[in-house]
Design a protein around this ligand. Sequence first.
Ligand code: SAM
Length: 238
Amino acid sequence: MRIDIATLFPEMCEQVLSESIIGRARKKGLIDIYCHNIRDYSPDQRHHRVDDSPYGGGKGMVMQPEPIYLCYLDILRQSASVPHVIYLSPQGKVFDEKKALALKETPHLLLLCGHYEGVDERILEKIVDEELSIGDYVLTGGELAALVVTDAVARLCDGVLPDASCFEEESLMNGLLEYPQYTRPELWEDKKVPDVLLSGHHKNIESWRFSQSLSRTQKKRPDLYAAYQKKREKNDEK
Ligand code: SAM
């Protein structure tokens, strides 16, 4: 899978995506990630300007369409595939695990990061396939959002985690939150690891974990729990 990130702050993205699990996956060639500086594509060779004031007035600056378009065309030239283009925006559909799973099946993504007041509407009409938000709040730029999407998608790609069970049992994958996790020592600050986890009885461990998943989802995320129960009732009716 290939992910391109078009941004005014490529170093910010590059630094995060060179570390830990995603950094190792890139080194192993399991996923290709390229961060592009939109400023490099400014037709203004002297000042490398990429923004201007909004027509109609108002505070802040708007990113101009041309540097973004030239960056997009260069990415097209560099790759054999046409990317699915996502603009990170507070106006987009809210990103979740289901969306990460769907995007993982897309061979080539281009994530466009806005800054300031956002980007000229015409570039969205010209190249963007969809808009995604990482939550109902406003960030100063799309970089953190692009990093969130890249991390969530990349970790699902083959070979990035030791095996699929690493994410299959994770929170949200089956509509429930994950059960509590414990590691050594067995006793810490008067708190003991639950006996069942030390029993070696796999069936009992599995059923304990499932009931913990259910109860903590009900407590922490009643919205998810209600959706899970509804889905189960529907399946039972069939
Ligand atoms: N004026 C824009 C509006 O009201 O829709 C907000 C611009 S915001 C200050 C600057 C940039 O940050 C946006 O262009 C977008 O790329 C990014 N951004 C801000 N909040 C975001 C969010 N919740 N999810 C994804 N991207 C976000």
